[in-house]
Design a protein around this ligand. Structure first.
Ligand code: PHB
Length: 388
């Protein structure tokens, strides 16, 4: 009898010790495109998250960070949702993070609301995403935020007519609407609009229509990756440049993952964006050095910085809440947070939980033999204009 009680007591203590150890663990469940056409970008986020942990330690506010990473294959909202459900129900994660593509973030937002789980969006960039759950914070950008400055630049630089070409889904619609709004408000004229299929588009017929319409410039948004490369190649092959048409875009087109594959036809292209590997600051130089040392042969891009800053938000919020990751405490800690990112000074808008940041106008140049987006003008402290 005595022995049995003792054994039970030991067992009880072991259980308490075990659950205390588990309580100290903080699980971050990430949903990312790790296969399919956007896999390279998902890997960029995963890499930067691991780099952040390596640099800042794997324990914050007494909680040991454990990453659980799931592949959603890109634009596949049902898979994103299933992966997030598994992370929440089976793995009991404390925080959801990642979300490369807009449909993925839309699919998971209701789960964040139902379970009051913080959801850190590290890329997906349709403006309305943060309105879909009060537990979402975003550390990337929105398309209206980066499209407005290039529209203003076009007005100021003698581009009188534009043909817009955008991918036919959330971020493309946002980019198109904001570009047209800012550009026409400044007196510019839109002479054509096209929406291209989001998966594996053939740009040839669109490029021909643009050429026939003879605009001063074509404005492009396609999700970063191979699509930008094939658009630029088609633009060159069909002689749009020789016909006097300029190519302007959000920086998704010339991101560091693919810019070298575009080669010389990318030279001189003007884009607007929140991050360039060539950004001239000590913080960015340190970041680029650390990233390229950790992942030789790879270049950091906007997905990398979105992931890295997402981890910064998680770490700093947990420090403020003393390790409490419950939705309401975490979100209160996130609102209004400000820091110096590799991209420049940033803060989290307390109203929208979106990031406020500089947006830069850049020109593609060769720097030490490498194609880079060289920043030459800055629109400071931009809020997302897409929610106005
Ligand atoms: C998105 O799906 O939200 C998205 C994907 C790629 C980009 C930008 C936005 O380059």
């Amino acid at each position: 009898m005595k022995h049995t009680i003792k054994r039970l007591a030991i067992a009880a203590c072991a259980t308490v010790a075990l659950s205390a150890a588990h309580a100290d663990e903080l699980k971050i469940g990430m949903v990312l495109p790790l296969s399919g056409p956007f896999a390279a970008h998902g890997v960029q986020i995963e890499n930067s998250v691991r780099l952040y942990i390596k640099q800042h330690g794997d324990t914050v506010a007494g909680r040991k960070i454990k990453l659980l990473i799931k592949d959603d294959t890109g634009i596949a909202p049902a898979i994103s949702k299933r992966q997030a459900q598994n992370l929440l129900i089976q793995d009991k994660v404390d925080i959801l993070a990642g979300f490369g593509m807009t449909p993925s973030a839309f699919a998971v937002a209701p789960l964040a609301t139902e379970t009051k789980t913080p959801m850190v969006v590290m890329n997906a960039a349709t403006s309305s995403i943060t309105t879909k759950s009060p537990y979402i914070v975003r550390t990337s950008m929105t398309l209206p935020q980066v499209a407005a400055p290039i529209a203003a630049w076009a007005v100021d630089n003698g581009i009188k007519t534009v043909y817009t070409v955008v991918a036919d889904y959330g971020p493309g619609h946002d980019a198109e609407a904001q570009f047209i709004k800012t550009y026409t408000a400044g007196g510019g004229k839109i002479i054509g609009q096209a929406r291209t299929p989001v998966g594996h588009p053939d740009f040839a017929p669109f490029l021909q229509k643009v050429k026939d319409a003879k605009p001063d410039a074509v404005f492009l948004f396609v999700p970063a990756g191979e699509q930008g490369v094939s658009f630029v190649k088609g633009f060159k092959e069909r002689g749009l440049g020789e016909a006097g048409i300029r190519l302007i875009a959000t920086g998704d087109m010339t991101d560091e993952n693919v810019i070298e594959a575009m080669g010389d036809p990318a030279l001189g292209v003007i884009t607007s964006f929140h991050y360039s590997q060539a950004h001239d600051s000590d913080e960015n130089r340190a970041f680029v050095k650390a990233y390229t040392e950790a992942y030789p042969g790879q270049r950091p891009n906007f997905w990398t910085v979105g992931g890295y800053d997402g981890m910064h938000v998680i770490y700093e919020a947990l420090k403020k809440t003393d390790g409490d990751a419950s939705g309401d405490a975490f979100m209160a800690a996130v609102k209004g947070m400000s820091w110096i990112s590799p991209r420049g000074p940033v803060s989290i808008d307390p109203e929208t939980r979106d990031i406020i940041q500089n947006v830069y106008i850049r020109k593609v140049e060769r720097v030490d033999g490498v194609l880079q987006n060289v920043e030459f003008a800055t629109v400071p402290d931009m809020k997302d204009p897409g929610k106005e």
